[in-house]
Design a protein around this ligand. Structure first.
Ligand code: 4AD
Ligand code: MG
Length: 462
């Protein structure tokens, strides 16, 4: 008798004629559902080896005691794969042995019915028992693997930048402090690995980080986490346009891989979302998930400058009242989520890359444009998400960078290591940061970023 998995049974059955299954196999897993009649019981078994489940058929004649085999219990089964007589699956496991391994208490919260996302969040440790979260996390895994593939194919070297750091890269004062006792100076958790990645790119040429990122911003939105993962590629001898090409190519590659390799998961999420939207008003209903993903893949992203975006927004009529909550008043203001979503969802109806932002609202390291007012920054805005990528060409001119640091009140002494790269063989270079959870949120169609993280950390919630 061979020990195998749900995947083992289903994939072998699809490859070989079922007649070859003379021997019995042994499979372990959890019971998703069990239903029965007088003559026969059906157990739907899952074990994580594939998104699909195995239907286990137990003939009542065998006299197997199934009284404790309830939804959520773990079991061991021995049986022979046979062609299914039912609909929805090709193969059943006709069992001779069903052994209870772990009973499931009657107060098991994850009953096989529809629960609210709020309810799931109260039981984060049990969410992975549900098909919904299995779909989300299988996709998250695929997206992570595709990320490494993309950069590896592109000859990027993966580097890990420190998590404990002394420099607040973004300068937004959102660093979690871990005190100064240990290091003899104020230390914190990294808000970005960019500055260190830049120094690595000045020698390795093309690098990328994929690491945990921490921001102590008090944002209670569906798109913010206090702990998230960021992918930060950095390329030497690269200008802003090329940076945008790589970022667009990256997003399309990852989405394409998930579409190709997780069709069952997407189909499941699509049904889930459609069910959820039944209670919505007609105008709030969106494209199906697959349509949304394919629309990103099929067309090039719109590319505009901040100034062009500003003009579009100023002349827009976003709703019946014709007003944004935050009015578009003066050139130089930062855009809010409502503005970003208007550009993407109403005006262009596809992802938009906005470039050349006013220098006052962006970070010190971004390269000054010749107009003296803007910097070579770019944000990629996605439907339903808003900003998914933030990047820029970096200021590579030693004197200009020093001056910018003075303006932003950043100590030259503390940042000597950073300035040095501009002194010893400086090179134009660019990079960007992808919010990995925002990307997974987009691909899975989840309304809240907390539902694509195993244990989300948000203000007031550890
Ligand atoms: O735009 P940000 O702040 O850019 C940087 O940190 C640069 N150093 C990146 C670079 O050029 N190497 O952050 C990058 C992305 C955002 O576009 C967003 O997708 C995500 O990180 N992000 C968050 N995701 C979840 N929760 C938060 N609190 C986030 N803050 C930023
Ligand atoms: Mg940003």
């Amino acid at each position: 008798m061979k020990r195998t998995s749900v995947y083992g049974v289903l994939s072998a059955a699809s490859m070989f004629p079922l007649i070859q299954w003379e021997e019995e196999v042994e499979v372990f897993g959890w019971v998703r559902t069990i239903r029965g009649s007088k003559n026969v019981s059906f157990i739907v078994l899952h074990d994580g080896s594939t998104f699909e489940s195995l239907q286990v058929v137990v003939n009542a004649e065998l006299g197997i005691d199934l009284s404790k085999v309830s939804s959520g219990a773990s079991i061991r089964v021995i049986g022979r794969p046979v062609e299914s007589k039912g609909q929805g699956q090709e193969v059943d496991l006709e069992t001779t042995v069903v052994e209870l391994i772990g009973e499931c208490g009657e107060d098991y919260p994850m009953q096989p019915k529809r629960h609210s996302m709020e309810f799931f969040r109260e039981h984060p440790h049990l969410r992975m028992r549900t098909k919904l979260f299995q779909a989300i996390f299988r996709i998250r895994h695929r997206a992570k693997m595709a990320t490494h593939e993309f950069f590896d194919y592109g000859a990027f070297i993966q580097v890990d930048t420190p998590i404990i750091t002394g420099s607040d890269c973004e300068g937004a004062g959102e660093m979690f402090s871990i005190g100064e006792d240990f290091f003899g100076q104020e230390a914190g958790l990294s808000v970005s690995g960019q500055l260190e990645a830049e120094t690595a790119a000045m020698g390795l040429g093309r690098v990328y980080t994929f690491g945990p990122t921490f921001r102590a911003e008090n944002s209670h939105t569906s798109r913010h986490l206090a702990e998230f993962w960021m992918i930060e590629p950095e390329m030497a001898f690269a200008e802003l346009d090329y940076n945008m090409d790589i970022a667009e190519g990256y997003l399309k590659y990852v989405i394409g891989e998930v579409v190709k390799k997780c069709p069952k998961e997407i189909e499941y999420l699509e049904d889930y979302i459609r069910e959820e939207e039944k209670n919505f008003k007609k105008e709030d209903k969106s494209m199906s998930l697959m349509e949304k993903l394919e629309s990103v893949l099929s067309d090039s992203f719109e590319r505009i400058t901040y100034t062009e975006a500003f003009e579009i927004l100023r002349n827009s009529k976003p709703n019946k009242k014709g007003k944004f909550e935050f009015p578009i008043e003066e050139w130089g203001m930062d855009f809010q989520a409502e503005h970003e979503r208007y550009l993407v969802e109403k005006h262009f109806n596809k992802p938009v890359i906005v470039r050349d932002y006013p220098k006052e609202i962006k970070s010190f390291y971004m390269r000054d444009n010749d107009d003296g007012k803007t910097v070579a920054a770019m944000d990629i805005l996605f439907p339903g998400i808003g900003e998914i990528v933030g990047g820029s060409q970096r200021e590579e001119r030693y004197e200009v960078l020093k001056e910018k640091m003075t303006t932003f009140d950043i100590s030259h002494d503390d940042m000597k290591w950073y300035l040095d790269t501009r002194k010893f063989g400086t090179a134009p270079h660019s990079g960007f940061g992808v919010g990995f959870e925002r990307l997974v949120q987009f691909i899975t169609g989840m309304k809240n970023i907390r539902d694509v993280v195993l244990y989300p950390r948000t203000p007031g919630k550890l």
